[in-house]
Design a protein around this ligand. Structure first.
Ligand SMILES: NC(=O)c1ccc[n+]([C@@H]2O[C@H](COP(=O)([O-])OP(=O)(O)OC[C@H]3O[C@@H](n4cnc5c(N)ncnc54)[C@H](OP(=O)(O)O)[C@@H]3O)[C@@H](O)[C@H]2O)c1
Length: 237
């Protein structure tokens, strides 16, 4: 898609990857970026092209109100997400519900609400931020894994459903990023700026599946050859 002069919505735009995506979209020439957050005060609107907007992806009324307030939109980036730690046999039902509500149903609510805008655009794109853990589970992140695997399935259904409507349905599959989400996890991480820049480049060049860092690409390359090897490797972490 053409990012120059595009009007874009980014969810979870107040921190982490979402904040970096907003900055990279401006670099790429977007003329309006709706930076969606639950708390508007937390959005760093340093550029007049950034418009902070209120959105809680778990609240259907909040999603509907935002959709009604925006006229033109060319790109939606479904970035908002939450994590929960814990093995599948120990994780609480509340954690499971919350991960599903934000990571799966939030993505679905936002996609559904904004498809009409993307159809009107004529060059619309929807990018869903998933994770390499959509492909294979890491046992200590069971609720997160299953919500992101389900989100990948929803994403594939969206792509099939939107076929012929001139809307690119794209997904980003990052590996570990240095944000609040995994601040306490001692593993090698890439910066949100690098990941955001590669996601925006992938969106611009029309890639369906974006692996925005070398580690994510390596996981995907191995998964394509031997998905059982990736399953075993993740299970041992
Ligand atoms: N960090 C990683 O290693 C990693 C790896 C792969 C994929 N990802 C994915 O990348 C995306 C961004 O994650 P991140 O690392 O930037 O996480 P983060 O720093 O924890 O930021 C999460 C963002 O999502 C927002 N959010 C949470 N619940 C929301 C809700 N109900 N409605 C609207 N916004 C909500 C948060 O807003 P508040 O400030 O209001 O909570 C925040 O802006 C997520 O989808 C995540 O799964 C992250």
């Amino acid at each position: 898609m053409q990012l120059n002069n595009a009007h874009v919505l980014v969810t979870g735009a107040n921190r982490g990857l979402g904040k970096a995506l907003v900055e990279q979209l401006l670099e790429a020439g977007a003329s309006r970026v709706y930076a969606a957050a639950r708390d508007l005060q937390q959005v760093n609107a340093t550029d007049p092209r950034i418009l902070p907007v209120c959105l809680d992806v778990t609240d259907p009324a909040s999603v509907a109100a935002l959709a009604a307030s925006i006229e033109r939109l060319d790109l939606v980036i479904n970035n908002a997400g939450v994590i929960a730690f814990g093995d599948i046999l120990q994780v609480s039902e509340e954690s499971l519900d919350h991960c599903l509500d934000v990571n799966l149903k939030g993505l679905w609510r936002v996609a559904r609400a904004f498809v009409p805008h993307l159809e009107r655009s004529g060059q619309g794109a929807l990018c869903n931020v998933l994770t390499v853990l959509s492909l294979a589970s890491m046992p200590g992140l069971s609720a997160y894994n299953l919500s992101k695997a389900a989100a990948w399935s929803a994403h594939l259904s969206l792509r099939a459903s939107l076929q012929g409507k001139n809307i690119a349905v794209q997904a980003a599959f990052p590996s570990a990023i240095d944000t609040d989400m995994i601040a306490d996890v001692p593993i090698e991480k890439d910066t949100p700026e690098l990941v955001a820049s590669n996601i925006i480049r992938g969106i611009g060049s029309g890639e369906e599946d974006i692996f925005p860092m070398p580690m994510a690409q390596a996981v995907y390359d191995q998964w394509r050859v031997d998905h059982k090897a990736v399953e075993r490797q993740f299970a041992s972490m």
